[in-house]
Design a binder for this molecule. Sequence first.
Ligand code: ZN
Ligand code: ZN
Length: 325
Amino acid sequence: MRGKIRVLPSMPSVSASSSPVRLKFWGTRGSIAVPGPETLRYGGNTTCLELRADGEIIVLDAGSGIRPLGVALQKEFQQRPIKLSLLITHAHWDHIQGFPFFNPAYDPKNEIRIFGFDGAGATFREIMTEPMRSPFFPITMRELSAKMDINKLSEMKLSLGKVDVHAAFVNHPGVCAGYRIFTSGGSIAFLPDHEPYECFLHAARGKQLSPKQAKEIAAAQHAALVQFLRGSDILVLDAQYTDQEYKTHVGWGHGSISSAVSLAFEAEVQTLLLFHHDPSHDDDMVDTMVKSARELVEKSGSLLEVAGAKQGSEILLEAKKIAAA
Ligand SMILES: [Zn+2]
Ligand SMILES: [Zn+2]
């Protein structure tokens, strides 16, 4: 299906011309939510980003951060309908568990279209609806009163109004996508969960591949990913582990500080946001990891900007400035 583009109409909720393109982080944590005094600055909620671009509201993943996003949208829109597109990277809990608590889904005037790929052993529809079935949750997806549209992706390119979205499969257990979103303010690549191909090839699991074959496939997949990311203005990337921690977490599906920085260098991105913070890392630990990433950049003489993604922070794409909320 490569090359085919799925074109979807705009869902204008916000003025396309007057608002700048902005990206807001509602959840930055990996694996499980960890609220508390030790995670106040980088945040305890799991993955959820909100992108306002060219008249569209695009939400990336539905971790626990989607709950406060829903509250904020309702406050902003009041009696006006909320129309948005939700892109899901994969079925792991930390990327979908907040959806049943997304209040706009319970209001008949709202329209929500959800996109994602079939998972390992489950269709995309099952991924979104099964966790809301009894006995796991008291209200089913069918009972939600908003106009819901669940779309299985089979194409690697789609357009949402004037915003183009490209997808790529990344290196993570099961099926996991990354997205690159092209807006009038620049492009944002979102790879919340990804392990460097050269360290562990998930696609080789259970297959009879020789080390040489696995190495060749890993190199080809890595090169394709670099091409996919090349020249991104913003790269939001899995950097869950320190380099030391990664040594004992090979095959867990996540990246390290040096692998994240090296992928950003190779793909010539402008700004790298370290993401999917480990639940056992407090704010000071994430500060230390950001510092070590910046040291790698300094040593290389590159102009790459690096920061740790912070819950509540916003990036205005025109200005390329990270503003605290
Ligand atoms: Zn995750
Ligand atoms: Zn995952």
